[in-house]
Write a protein that binds this ligand. Structure first.
Ligand SMILES: Nc1ncnc2c1ncn2[C@@H]1O[C@H](COP(=O)(O)OP(=O)(O)OP(=O)(O)O)[C@@H](O)[C@H]1O
Length: 621
């Protein structure tokens, strides 16, 4: 087969262009990326060889070798891992398969500095080689296959692939260094970089100069060392490697479980939100090892989906080495480890929340929405997770716990109230909130879509019902208001006139609303919409419609404020001229309530015409 020329996927070409042309100051990280890939490739082969030893017939001692060649100006990073065949090369070194890539590409601005920071978070992996090289050659043979391949590119849009019959097993990446990057041939420089970024790699990283070989790293799995032997930098670098992440971990949890089952875990909570955290697969990301042999990074039962932000490794002493990924499903040892790990992570989060509320708040902003899924998915730990939750409320600018909110309940208040919506600022302006603010009743402001699900599932906290302020059955009459505020309240419309107005509005809005009634929920606004008890909340309905899960509106209850001047005037008018006199007003009031909810008027043209008529009357007549 002859040499074949291919084009990079458009996203790769764009990424390469930025990588090559930006003045990225931290170029040395290319070596970390390539060593990290080499180590992953060895892990993969070690696992595959458990069931098929013939794959490593040509040697099972894994090595990563760094070979500088000053004369040629080339640096080679060679491993004897799993290697790649032709299809792998095209798929892995010509495209980006990572989830979130499209989103990431859209966020690139064209401003080199800003883009580089973004890339820092995304990770360019193999492609970082082009930061220092103007040509990259990969010679590789996949374990178990007879023939090898040569992949070559100058990073300018195309690559070539040709057969390389005698390639040894694994992959060797040769970088033709740019003139300005020859420092990466220097043994001291290479040694320092490996110590800084790759010391934790469990496979020996060997510097080869002529017939001299020197191992540059500790080459023992980091999690097997005792905590006192590991520096914060080493933990951080290990996190970068294991999580393929480029931020700093917010929390590091290194622990050993001994007893009925034995395992070591080194877990991290990232400092920033991974791109794919809300991907529908909700996969967990902790790697499973058995006696230091990598088994899989897809052990579904290792951590629950609501802890999918956790990264790291778990190394079991009890699982058999030849455990297949299929056998892991419903495995009792795995189930026990999961229970232990969940307990550990939740208790470490609790500690952090107690010791450093400010730092915990940053965690909460990043991953709170994910953790909250556990409230209704993990019944056993519901209480622990609720205790870790933080909320925005009407009472403080910061975050509050549910216990704090319960502690601030007013005399006569028998429920915990909440409002759901898209953002806190808009929620704070909800008309439905007015009556609560007037009586000093604290309301939780919930803005994560998940809140619509866990709140009804939980139902109550410490015996207090959780009630939506946009729901029909809110009764604040037992809560004492401040006497001064109470005295300053305007008179309500007389009961009889109000009843007539309600009846007139019902007639005029027949079929458009479920009911019309007077409320003490409002102080400044004339009207608002609420869901009847048992009906879906307004916000949930909006969310479902946005996701095409719902295609109709349910009629709502229109509540009117009997103390509002407009309502009082309308009540007067109905008394004197009957229900026909308020036809336009009824429809306008309903549209007004819809607009406040962020919805368009039922018929914008009719709405505009009615508004113009009313304004004209106001101005002219
Ligand atoms: N030395 C290697 N041996 C075998 N396969 C490799 C090697 N280096 C890279 N690959 C393959 O190429 C793929 C792409 O590598 P790349 O470094 O771009 O991304 P990654 O390692 O998957 O993710 P990240 O960008 O987070 O590092 C890898 O997932 C792997 O399948």
């Amino acid at each position: 087969m002859a040499e074949e020329k291919r084009e990079f996927q458009a996203e790769v070409a764009k990424l390469l262009d930025i990588v090559v042309h930006s003045l990225y100051s931290n170029k040395e990280i290319f070596l970390r990326e390539l060593i990290s890939n080499a180590s992953d490739a060895c892990d993969k082969l070690r696992y595959a060889a458990l069931t098929d030893p013939s794959l490593v017939a040509d040697g099972a001692e894994y090595r990563i070798r760094l070979i500088p060649d000053a004369e040629a100006g080339q640096l080679t990073i060679a491993d004897n891992g799993v290697g790649m065949n032709r299809d792998d090369l095209v798929a892995n070194l010509g495209t980006i398969a990572k989830s979130g890539t499209a989103d990431f590409m859209n966020r690139l601005t064209g401003d080199a500095k800003k883009d580089m920071t973004l890339i820092g978070q995304f990770g360019v992996g193999f492609y970082s080689a082009f930061m220092v090289a103007d040509k990259v050659t990969v010679v590789t043979r996949k374990a178990g296959e007879e023939h090898g391949w040569r992949w070559e590119s100058d990073g300018k849009g195309e690559f070539t692939i040709a057969p390389e019959p005698d390639a040894p097993r694994g992959a060797s990446i040769t970088l033709s260094l740019r003139d300005s990057e020859k420092e990466f041939l220097d043994r001291f420089r290479l040694s320092a970089i490996v110590k800084r970024y790759s010391d934790h790699i469990a496979i020996p990283v060997i510097l080869v100069e002529g017939d001299k070989e020197e191992t540059l790293n500790s080459a023992s799995a980091l999690w097997t060392r005792s905590k006192s032997e590991v520096t914060p930098e080493q933990y951080r670098e290990f996190y970068h490697h294991v999580a393929h992440a480029f931020d700093d971990p917010w929390l590091t949890i290194h622990s050993k479980a001994e007893g009925a089952i034995e395992y070591t875990s080194l877990l991290f909570v990232p400092g920033s939100k991974p791109f794919d955290i809300f991907h529908p697969d909700r996969k967990q990301h902790v790697k499973l090892y058995v006696k230091r042999v990598f088994i899989t990074d897809e052990a579904e039962g290792l951590l629950p989906p609501y802890l999918r932000f956790v990264r790291g490794v778990v190394d079991s002493q009890d699982l058999p080495l030849n455990v297949s990924r299929e056998m892991l499903q419903h495995n009792p040892v795995l189930a026990k480890m999961k229970s232990g790990l969940v307990k550990k992570v939740l208790s470490e989060l609790k500690k952090k929340a107690e010791d450093d509320a400010e730092s915990y708040a940053t965690f909460w902003e990043t991953f709170g929405a994910v953790l909250k899924e556990g409230i209704y998915e993990d019944f056993e730990r519901k209480a622990d997770i609720l205790a870790l939750c933080r909320f925005r409320t009407t009472a403080t600018d910061g975050l509050a716990t549910l216990d704090e909110v319960v502690g601030r309940m007013k005399d006569g208040q028998d429920a915990l109230y909440y409002a759901t919506g898209d953002d806190v600022a808009a929620l704070k302006k909800s008309p439905q909130l007015e009556g609560f603010l007037a009586k000093g009743v604290e309301v939780l402001l919930l803005t994560d879509p998940i809140d619509e699900f866990w709140v009804p599932a939980v139902g109550e906290y410490q015996g207090k019902k959780l009630v939506a302020i946009t729901q029909g059955d809110v009764d604040l009459s037992k809560v004492q208001a401040d006497p001064e505020t109470e005295a300053a309240k305007p008179e309500a419309a007389p009961a009889e006139a109000l009843d007539t107005l309600v009846a007139a509005l019902k007639l005029n809005l027949d079929g458009k609303v479920k009911d019309v009634r007077a409320t003490d929920r409002l102080t400044n606004s004339a009207v608002c919409l609420v869901a009847d008890s048992g009906q879906m909340s307004l916000h949930l309905e909006k969310l479902l419609k946005a996701h095409n899960q719902l295609d109709h509106d349910s009629p709502r209850v229109l509540e009117i404020n009997p103390r509002h001047p407009l309502i009082k005037a309308l009540a007067d008018k109905v008394k004197s001229s009957g229900r026909e006199g308020v036809e336009d007003a009824a429809l306008l009031l309903l549209d007004q309530a819809r607009i406040v909810e962020g919805e368009p008027p039922a018929d914008p043209v009719d709405f505009a015409r009615r508004l113009a008529t009313v304004m004209e009357k106001g101005l002219v007549g």
